[in-house]
Write a protein that binds this ligand. Structure first.
Ligand code: NAD
Length: 266
């Protein structure tokens, strides 16, 4: 119970990787705010988290809307008293229907930057003042191995995740004087709805994967690029995040940790 007494906000925490992170933090004793666009799923996740014996609140919040984040921060301080951990997990692979197009559209660049990059800026702006005051905090930003190297299939997404890694370094330096640690994690290949769409785009537009089903593209990539030869899971990411926000990691800041079975060695 290394996080007992801590309060964690997880953006995009209703489903996928964010949900697994919320469960990992709750298992370690943290109270959780599930901040997501999807009200029903956020409430469902919060209900299941409470079965672990922690307090969990579901809040509808769009990270592209500063006023919604401010409201969520205020209600968290009122109900739970403090904010100790911020997980900037909400992310998109592009604008709606992005994977049906051969090339990135202007709206894909807009959505990727608005949610994946500016969404983090919005949360940092609204939610760090109380961390600064209490002179402690832990922040984790969800990047990706796509941010380690440009990929032809999803340039807008790769570029946005490279920006997350860079922004994490800048934030770590700026917030260090307040005893706030800021790190990023770079998940590798996870079979999620997001990756199913990525697989469809690869199959349609990359001749190495032509004619394959999305899952076949995924399996081929694992065989080709992951030395450990296995996919990653949302729970893998949750466990790593739980370590990074614990006291055991108090001297780690400004880092981007690959959780990718060895695909990238930097
Ligand atoms: N799935 C992968 O293989 C993979 C790999 C590397 C990195 N990532 C990153 O991990 C994070 C989570 O990915 P996932 O696969 O769980 O995605 P997902 O699509 O399964 O879940 C994303 C969650 O974020 C929420 N969300 C989307 N836009 C939002 C917004 N504007 N405000 C608040 N909530 C919003 C959604 O409602 C959803 O609950 C993302 O940042 C993603 O880029 C995923």
């Amino acid at each position: 119970m290394t996080l007992k007494g801590k309060v964690a906000i997880v953006t995009g925490g209703a489903t996928g990787i964010g949900r697994a992170i919320a469960f990992a933090l709750a298992r370690d004793g943290a109270d959780i705010v599930v901040a997501d666009l999807n009200k029903n799923m956020a409430q469902e996740t919060a209900g299941e988290l409470e079965e672990l014996g922690v307090t969990a609140n579901a809040v509808i919040c769009d990270v592209t809307k500063p006023w919604m984040i401010e409201k969520m921060g205020e209600s968290t301080l009122e109900r739970l008293g403090h904010i100790d951990i911020l997980i900037n997990n909400a992310g998109v692979a592009g604008a709606a229907g992005w994977y049906e197009h051969a090339k990135s559209r202007e709206e894909d660049w807009g959505a990727a930057y608005d949610v994946n990059v500016k969404g983090i800026f919005n949360c940092i702006t609204a939610l760090t003042p109380s961390m600064k005051e209490q002179r402690s905090g832990k922040i984790i930003n969800l990047a990706s191995i796509a941010g380690r190297e440009g990929r032809p299939a999803i340039p807008h997404y790769s570029a946005s995740k490279a920006a997350v890694i860079n922004y994490t370094q800048g934030l770590a330096t700026t917030l260090a004087e307040y005893n706030i640690n800021v790190n990023a994690v770079c998940p590798g290949l996870l079979w999620t709805p997001m990756w199913e769409q990525v697989g469809q785009r690869y199959a349609a537009h990359n001749r190495d994967y032509a004619g394959l089903e999305a899952r076949e593209v995924f399996d081929r990539m694992i065989a080709d690029v992951i030395p450990l030869g296995r996919e990653q899971t949302p729970e893998d990411i949750g466990d790593a995040v739980s370590f990074l926000v614990s006291d055991d990691a108090h001297n780690i800041t400004g880092q981007a940790l690959n959780i990718d079975g060895g695909a990238f060695l930097r």
